[in-house]
Design a protein around this ligand. Structure first.
Ligand code: MLT
Length: 272
């Protein structure tokens, strides 16, 4: 575990392993924290790689800026790039799930030199629709009014998780407390970041690093055809579907997700 400072904010991260392979950096989704990757960090370490995962500002043990204006996908991306540079990780394999994928794409646009490979899990390159933006604004108003996030948790879990996962209970047990303990200002801020995020579809054909696009077969937020179109638009991408999983595929079917991730890592060279 460690902390580093970005623009006056204390950012907490987990840092394990010291292998010779390119480091793997994991970026969590909304409204989670780095512990969502506890099943993948050991896998990366076993694959001979250093594994690093931050709590994004507003989440987990990192500082929580109070103002909405402090949050954007680009700013999260700058935090991730600064962490990579501070730790001297060199070009890394950057893994992002959902909001973490929005951030990974922003890193690819803003800081392409830090990337050796990309894993885009349960995510998309296009921005919110007007209806999607409105729904996020309504949710921000609700959290602001009620001063708590707990009333939103059950509805969100039902939307993102697939009922067919054999690990459904474990996924709920893991995600529910993470979500409930998210600071209201961090929750509102991440909604602000997601609803104002730019369209990254024009970036996809320019991504030059090996890329894995992975999606849960029943992801209600990122349907298969969205993931497939994204993979087709990236020159050096492969697409994998995780069966019996929804939007949080690494927790809903960890065995299948880990197989796909381990296989992808095995195709990547050790650090030169
Ligand atoms: C996430 O899992 O990070 C979010 O659900 C993504 C989103 O709301 O767009």
């Amino acid at each position: 575990m460690g902390t580093f400072t970005f623009d006056g904010l204390s950012v907490h991260y987990r840092d394990e392993g010291a292998g010779a392979g390119q480091a793997v950096v994991f970026v969590h989704g909304f409204p989670f924290r780095l512990s969502m990757w506890s099943g993948q960090i050991p896998l990366a370490v076993e694959a001979g790689r250093r594994a690093v995962a931050p709590d994004l500002p507003g989440f987990g043990r990192s500082d929580v800026p109070a103002e909405r204006s402090a949050y954007s996908i680009d700013r999260y991306a700058d935090v991730v790039a600064a962490l990579i540079s501070d730790l001297g990780l060199g070009p890394v394999v950057l893994v992002g799930l959902s909001m973490g994928g929005y951030i990974a794409l922003a890193v690819a646009r803003r800081h392409p030199g830090v990337l050796a490979a990309l894993v885009l899990a349960d995510t998309r390159a296009d921005p919110d629709t007007p209806e999607g933006r409105q729904a996020r604004s309504d949710q921000q108003a609700k959290v602001e009014e009620q001063g708590e996030v707990a009333p939103l948790v059950d509805g969100l879990l039902a939307r993102i998780l697939s009922g067919s996962s054999p690990h459904h209970g474990e996924a709920v047990a893991k995600l529910d407390p993470m979500m409930r303990s998210t600071a209201p200002a961090g929750w509102i801020g991440a909604l602000e970041a997601m609803k104002t995020r730019r369209d990254q579809t024009d970036l996809l054909p320019t991504i030059a690093v090996p890329t894995l696009v992975v999606v849960g077969e029943s992801d209600a937020l990122v349907p298969f055809d969205v993931a497939e179109a994204m993979a087709k638009a990236i020159p050096n991408a492969r697409l994998e579907v995780v069966p019996d999983a929804g939007h949080v595929a690494n927790l809903e079917n960890p065995d299948a997700f880990n197989r796909v991730l381990a296989d992808f890592l095995s195709t990547l060279p050790a650090r030169p």
